[in-house]
Design a protein around this ligand. Structure first.
Ligand code: HEC
Length: 126
């Protein structure tokens, strides 16, 4: 009987201790709130957040839907851009046959590597 009593006292003490350590945190501000995620390794490249703006800014003047200026296809949706990604990577990196064609400025190196990274990350839409 005495042992049982001691045991339940132990259990109650353990429960109380648990509770008090739990309730020590709420209310007190976290000293390091929201550590800023590192975009270079925790965020994958997606069509919506990275690729659409590159295409819209550099390609849509011809690759609209319907395409104009003799461009052969539209690049206005995720499905279209994803479908052409290999050709797009080839052409934006080509020095002899680049996209966009001259006299347009070529894509920046960072835009080119974003498109490559998009493919490496699995061609995510969002
Ligand atoms: C000034 C108009 C114009 C702009 C801007 C332009 N293109 Fe083009 N694009 C064309 C034309 C015309 C062709 C067809 C002739 C050729 O392949 O060179 C073409 C062809 C292509 C092809 C080859 C398609 C195939 O089936 O062989 C790809 C891929 C492409 N463009 C991607 C792009 C991308 C990506 C951009 C933006 C970074 C872009 N283009 C910007 C006019 C343009």
């Amino acid at each position: 009987m005495k042992l049982k009593h001691a045991l339940s006292l132990l259990v109650i003490t353990a429960l109380l201790f648990n509770c008090s350590s739990d309730s020590a945190n709420p209310g007190s501000p976290d000293p390091t709130p929201d550590p800023t995620p590192d975009p270079t390794n925790s965020t994958k490249v997606t069509y919506t957040s990275d690729i659409a703006s590159i295409i819209n800014g550099n390609c849509i003047s011809c690759h609209s839907d319907p395409p104009v200026n003799s461009a052969p296809m539209a690049l206005t949706t995720y499905a279209q851009v994803k479908n052409y990604v290999d050709l797009i990577i080839t052409r934006v990196n080509s020095s002899t046959n680049p996209m966009p064609p001259s006299p347009n400025d070529p894509l920046s190196d960072s835009d080119k590597s974003l498109i490559q990274q998009w493919k490496d990350d699995g061609l995510l839409e969002n």
